[in-house]
Design a protein around this ligand. Sequence first.
Ligand code: BES
Ligand code: MN
Ligand code: ZN
Length: 492
Amino acid sequence: MEVKFQDQHPERLKTGLLALPVMEKRIDEPVLRRLDRLLRGGLAERIRKSQFTGAEGSSLLYSTAGRMRAANLLLIGLGKAEEINADSWRKAGARARKEAAGLGAEEIAFFFSPEKESELAAGAIVEGILLASYQFNKYRSERKPSAAIRSLTLCRPGLKRSEGMARAVKLALDIAPGVSLARDLVNEPPSVATARYLGEQAQRHCRGRGLSVEAWGKKKIQAMNLAGLLAVNRGSTEEPRFIVIRYKPAGRTKKKVALIGKGITFDSGGLSLKPAKSMETMKLDMAGGAAIIGAMSRLPELRPQIEVTGYIPTTDNLPSGSAQKPGDVIRYLNGKTIEVLNTDAEGRLILADGLALAAKQKPDYMINLATLTGACMVALGTEVAGIFSNHQPLVDALIRSGREAGEKFWQLPLVKEYREEIKSSVADMKNIGGSYGGAITAALILQEFVGEIPWAHLDIAGPSFAEKELLTCPKGGTGFGVRTLLRFLSSL
Ligand code: BES
Ligand code: MN
Ligand code: ZN
């Protein structure tokens, strides 16, 4: 998509769709009055009749019937002036993209009105359009028609293309394919998206300056003593993979970051089998790993001056005669042992390998992403991820990057007292706690494998998969985390 900046009145633009963002109760904006005059009062009348006020989430489509160069106007409610943020613009972009699809328009013009933070707004509009453009049609015999948006024109009299705006737009254009890749990987049916497939996709997409990928097979995994991954994989007929993606920038590196992603390609629960209903969406259980592959695939474009290593243990979690059993004990490479009392608490078992291995490299930060607990979904719902950490500045930075990215995080505590809950009678710990605080006990188990390294655990069980269509995403994988990670990594 080409993005243009034009110093012009919007009525001068010939376009399929002219989007006009409107703040709540500001329907008397000069630009609207000006357009209304050209439309001989038709627009004002429609606004009155439809009771459009500019409330958040509302919109009004108006066909200009040849009275203007733009074929259609789309008034988009931004909500209350004091509540407008980057996400308001992102949603406005997505809304415009949806309406354009309905009209078959391939060009969108946007009256670019923000008075402040115009850089954030420009990037967010572009991002909203790109996010809403995503479709997963591979398995449909009749594809939903939708023209790609070829160009976006941001216009306003006096608008100048600033360095900052150009940078924000480029960032959005660079990030979006990473989100689409993560969505694709999650949406792919689980019998296709096996551990081997994830390894191949990582190899295929993580290429280019500074990137390299290894996908370790079972032998190497055994040699590396990745005992949690082997234990979970025992029920499967598919080989596991341990994917390592490395990014090294040219020149001096400032920091080393390790990203660890849960890559359960299908979570049946294992012998502690899930009920059928709970399994329906369990192809989503590699969304953490997918987000890391998606994010890292874009690093050659963003070129941060830091070293990034992605670690993705991946397998499915299935029951069989050879599956691990409740009561089994896993001995990890750092010497710690876990008694497995519930084979459905498998994410922590494979992440422990990733964290222990990453910790050996002594990175400055370790960040893991995982669809780890239903408990986190119960606590925070489907829009918000939980974040746990032993290092407050890291949390603050991630939450800030998330806010810019339009991805919500809420910090949850690592409650020391709850370590009692994971005490085992035979091993160093067991893999489940009691009935309450399940997101926290899971995080406490992970913490046992990070040592003193500044670490954050993002529990993305809720927001990684949309069971209902969102403005910026169809049903299915959302690619949650890619946008936050890339903004965070670019900020270091
Ligand atoms: N993958 C699930 C968590 C999950 C549930 C993600 C729903 C997305 C949507 C995880 O492996 C799991 O099964 N967790 C159990 C843990 C329990 C057995 C301690 C859970 O949350 O019920
Ligand atoms: Mn599970
Ligand atoms: Zn799982």
